[in-house]
Design a protein around this ligand. Structure first.
Ligand code: FMN
Length: 320
């Protein structure tokens, strides 16, 4: 459905026909439009390249990558819930050397910045992955995942306190010149304090939100639906929470924000931009509609044109 069918009121003016500017900057990353994909919902791009030219994206954010391979959690790892998806993949991945040797050569053929999502059990592991990626050809930014709810040690532990967040960010900052984005967890008491700590420790940008901790139970077998018992909730169910957190964090920090959580279409994305996100990430929507991210890009352009706005940056944080 196009923007004009989606809009509720009929009082928008059409623009003058020239295409609006979509380019945004996240740290030193120049994005040709404000749309990336959420880590873990796009793999390393290979499967999605069958659907469209990946160069259309503003950036590609790849799956969580650790120092050594991680096997992930037992199955079942995913379950659908009303308006959402619960997952407990446990960050299964082949490790940073496999990313450098096997995944990056494929991604280098596209004209698109690559952001690598970094995970670790210890501060040293995060820092070592960052150091190895610092000189890797075709990596433009690191997204520090200090918010994964499905891993028992490390990870979320760092993201739940300002001190923990600052420690990881500072250690990684010492080992990389790449644009550093810290990905925040919604499963905390005060997300603003953690956002500020990450920025003070050297983060160039923030991304939020990761999934919300949840569970699902089968009443007939009287068992948990996920082998891990709990998982991370994503999809439309979490959008109002994500939007509120993006808005709150945007009031309190000066760095750019990548907003995500339940973005299914362009108007969802526009809400995040209005709340203060400079860019957005499309996540669970990729599983429902592989074309979702490019439809969001086109729809943002259509929205701007309909509203007579010439540059996407003008609407960032402009909610009244
Ligand atoms: C199957 C799945 C795997 C994910 N893997 C990662 C990951 O590796 N690293 C990470 O930071 N976030 C991961 N996430 C969280 C997403 O990047 C995103 O923050 C979250 O799903 C909210 O966005 P959405 O509602 O649009 O999916 C994963 C989410 C899903 C659904």
């Amino acid at each position: 459905m196009g923007i004009n069918e989606q809009k509720h009121s009929g009082n928008c003016q059409f623009g003058n026909g020239s295409p609006p500017r979509l380019a945004v900057r996240i740290g030193r990353i120049e994005m040709k439009n404000p749309v990336t994909v959420a880590s873990g919902t796009f793999g390393f791009g290979q499967e999605m390249a069958e659907f469209y030219d990946l160069s259309r994206l503003g950036a590609i954010t790849v799956k969580g990558t650790s120092l050594h391979p991680w096997r992930g959690n037992d199955y079942p790892r995913t379950v659908e819930t009303p308006s959402g998806l619960l997952n407990a993949i446990g960050l299964q991945n082949d490790g940073v050397d496999s990313l450098i040797n096997e995944k990056l050569p494929f991604l280098r053929q596209f004209d698109v910045p690559v952001i690598v999502n970094v995970v670790g059990h210890t501060v040293e592991e995060y820092a070592e992955v960052a150091a190895r990626l610092d000189d890797a050809e075709g990596v433009h930014g690191l997204e520090l995942n200090i918010s994964c709810p499905n891993v028992k040690e490390g990870c979320l532990a760092f993201g739940s306190t300002p001190q923990g967040a600052a420690e990881v960010v500072a250690a990684v900052r010492r080992r990389t010149k790449l644009t550093l984005i810290t990905k925040l967890s919604p499963n905390v008491g005060n997300i603003v304090e953690i956002a500020r700590a990450a920025v003070d420790a050297g983060s160039d940008a923030l991304s939020l939100i990761n999934t919300l901790l949840g569970t699902a139970i089968d009443p007939w077998t009287r068992t948990f639906r996920l082998a891990n018992k709990t998982g991370g909730l994503s999809g439309p169910a979490i959008k109002p929470v994500a939007l509120r957190m993006v808005w709150e964090v945007a009031q309190s920090v000066d760095v750019p924000i990548i907003g995500m959580g339940g973005i299914m279409n362009a108007l969802d994305a526009v809400e995040f931009l209005l709340a203060g996100a400079r860019a957005v990430a499309v996540g669970t929507a990729n599983f429902v509609n592989p074309m979702a991210a490019v439809e969001v890009i086109d729809g943002i352009a259509e929205y701007l044109q309909t509203m007579g706005i010439s540059d996407v940056n003008e609407i960032v944080g402009s909610v009244a």
